[in-house]
Design a protein around this ligand. Structure first.
Ligand SMILES: [Zn+2]
Length: 371
């Protein structure tokens, strides 16, 4: 955390509308505690399961039950792949999640891809797309199957969007696919190092193998959903494994094309908050502003306090009969759980990538400082 003011302070007259849980980078492995590559950060591989259990017990014991939990990726550690324990480790963590009384929405991080292919994940318990909401008569808000992203509405006028930060990536992808070749091209264009996990000497240090980015297709979809939310005066929370705002993260941990994602978000009024995992130190920052996408009325990113305030205001303006469908909806969700801003600038930049699309060695990101 940086030394910004505490964002959690509520105004005296605000009323809590609903709550939700957030957990990131559980990185479970049946291993003794260890350290990251630099040896400066301890990793509690086995104990992370106990921490998850504790968090779940706390969520379940809340007097006002959270509507859902957002799991921000890296649910098991890449080491599991080395020991051929990926499926076993995932099963253990998922069994702990079964104690949770509310739905959990899973996002995918680099460690998911160290353990599993994208195809495997699509057919696994980590695909929670069935929890998505459909906006009737707006087919443009239905996500494509080419990336793992969706949106849902936990409460009236409030939409959550899960993004796929490894939509552009060299991890977990069929290495003979044109998309893999294209992603490797992008990575190599920005990272001339032999070791593609190394940010050494890079002017844009986020271009490392353990990060990824958002395809134009996904950004176009995000733009459509945000356009809908603007029109309907909704407030939107976005989640992704990778952070997109430099002030709230180590620059090595940002999504490759974080600027493109910010450009889409900043062209809308509705986004109030963005949550990400990956950067283990954590970070918080309010209102990105001024750097690359100036606009007259910027949203407040990553501000929990603002979200709480806005939620309280919105909820207070609803009648009991308007509230009822959402209360019913949450009950149903629980049951269910049981069983362009087409930023041509960036497009041109990526299309112009040159150089050989050589297949890189898949490596665990212990070489890196965080995530
Ligand atoms: Zn990560």
């Amino acid at each position: 955390m940086d030394d910004k003011p505490n964002p959690g302070t509520l105004r005296e007259n605000s009323e809590r509308l609903f709550s939700f849980g957030v957990i990131a980078d559980i990185q479970y492995a049946d291993l003794e505690d260890g350290y990251n590559f630099q040896g400066n950060r301890r990793r509690y591989y086995r104990h992370s399961l106990l921490h998850l259990q504790g968090a779940i017990e706390d969520w379940n014991a809340e007097s006002s039950t959270p509507c859902c939990v957002l799991q921000l990726g890296d649910i098991i550690d890449g080491y599991n792949a080395q020991y051929k324990k990926s499926e076993q480790a995932l099963e253990l963590v998922m069994n702990v999640f079964k104690m949770l009384k509310v739905p959990v929405h899973h996002t995918w991080g680099n460690h998911e891809f160290y353990n599993f292919s994208r195809d495997y994940l699509t057919n696994s318990q980590l695909n929670t797309k069935f929890l998505e909401d459909h906006i009737l008569h707006h087919p443009e808000t239905v996500p494509s199957e080419n990336y793992y992203a969706y949106h849902f509405v936990p409460f009236p006028k409030f939409r959550f969007i899960l993004l796929d930060a490894y939509d552009l990536s060299v991890l977990g992808m069929d290495q003979s696919s044109p998309k893999f070749q294209q992603c490797m091209k992008i990575l190599k264009e920005h990272n001339p190092n032999t070791e593609l996990n190394s940010p050494q000497g890079l002017s844009e240090p986020q271009f490392v193998q353990f990060n990824g980015g958002f395809s134009q297709e996904q950004l176009n979809w995000l733009n459509e959903v945000l356009t809908f939310s603007d029109k309907n005066q909704e407030k939107v929370v976005i989640v992704s494994h990778l952070p997109i705002y430099p002030e709230s993260s180590d620059s090595v941990c940002l999504a490759w094309n974080y600027r493109d994602a910010l450009a889409v978000i900043w062209s809308h009024e509705c986004v109030v908050c963005f949550f990400a995992g990956h950067t283990h130190d954590g970070g918080y920052s309010e209102d990105p502003f001024g750097n690359f996408a100036p606009r007259s009325n910027p949203p407040s990113l990553a501000s929990l306090g603002d979200v709480a305030k806005k939620l309280g205001e919105m909820w207070n303006n609803l009648s009991d009969s308007e509230k009822q469908p959402y209360i019913t909806k949450v009950t149903k969700l629980k049951e269910k759980s049981e069983k362009d801003v087409a930023n041509s600038k960036s497009k041109g930049k990526f299309d112009g990538a040159k150089g050989p699309a050589k297949v890189g060695q898949k490596k665990l990101e212990e070489e890196d400082e965080d995530e």
